[in-house]
Design a protein around this ligand. Structure first.
Ligand code: PXP
Length: 256
């Protein structure tokens, strides 16, 4: 399974002080020497990475660069100018801490946006919730790739297998009996599996990501139709303790 490392979280640290430390390009060069893909999300509010980072990374890194961005005209223009290997289209809300759900595939101009990007030789991926109707729609829209949102799975996994429900980070709706949590976790995993299988059958390439960590990733790695994972927060968090290289190598080992 290929691993893409999302480096936004390094830029978050830089932006906390508005200085050039940690240096994002230095991190990107190290990441690109270890994994198949660097992912960065240039947000409309530039809260972490920006177009200068994108340009630097495209100029100096050898690995595939996957730019996550919204479908706004401003972002699509940036994407067309930079021409990274792949664009992953994601929904974006100003107030959210991180991407909260999959893209609305009924957006009016989505098919045109995908075509425009593909005509420039850019591979297009859609970040979507794991629902079969989304797979069919992604195929109709002629996307190359889908990235299945694993956030719901990740929240359920930590509600069952960690103490999170007793902490201030608990998600209230998940404070239900364990057997119910196990049942919804099973259902969510089945949806992810079914979607990955259907997408592959329809000729789409399949990635997954969001909320994956060193504990829960094993369940997703078992799904053979998923060819790539995009992981950020947990790797960068572990890097604080063991260093970036070691944190990435540990995740690579789990990805097999
Ligand atoms: N994939 C997409 C589309 C995302 O928006 C994010 C978060 O930026 C990730 C993967 C990585 O998620 P995490 O940081 O929780 O590993």
């Amino acid at each position: 399974m290929l691993l893409g490392v999302n480096i936004d979280h390094i830029a978050v640290l830089r932006q906390a002080r508005m200085v050039d430390e940690p240096n994002l390009l230095e991190a990107a060069i190290l990441v690109s020497s270890l994994v198949d893909q660097i992912t960065l999300h240039v947000r409309e509010d530039r809260r972490h990475t920006n177009e200068n980072d994108l340009k630097d990374i495209l100029t100096h890194c050898k690995s595939i660069v996957n730019l996550e961005c919204s479908t706004s005209k401003e972002m699509i223009d940036i994407a067309l100018k930079a021409r990274p290997f792949r664009i992953t289209l994601v929904p974006e809300k100003r107030q959210e801490l991180t991407t909260e759900g999959g893209l609305n595939l009924n957006l009016k101009n989505l098919k045109d946006i995908i075509k425009t990007l593909k005509d420039e030789g850019i591979e297009v991926s859609l970040f979507i919730d794991a629902k079969l109707e989304n797979i069919h729609k992604a195929c109709e829209l002629e996307a190359d790739f889908i990235e299945l949102h694993t956030g719901v799975f990740a929240n359920l996994h930590s509600a069952i297998f960690t103490n999170i429900l007793k902490t201030p980070y608990a998600i209230k709706e998940l404070d239900v009996k364990k057997d119910k949590l196990f049942k919804i976790l099973d259902e969510e995993l089945s949806s992810i599996k079914d979607c990955a299988l259907k997408a592959k059958e329809l000729g789409l390439k399949v990635a997954a990501g969001h909320g994956l960590n060193y504990k829960n990733v094993k369940e997703i790695v078992k799904i053979k139709e998923i060819q790539e994972l995009n992981i950020g927060q947990s790797i960068i968090a572990r890097a604080v303790f063991v260093g970036l290289k070691e944190a990435i190598l540990q995740m690579k080992e789990l990805c097999g």
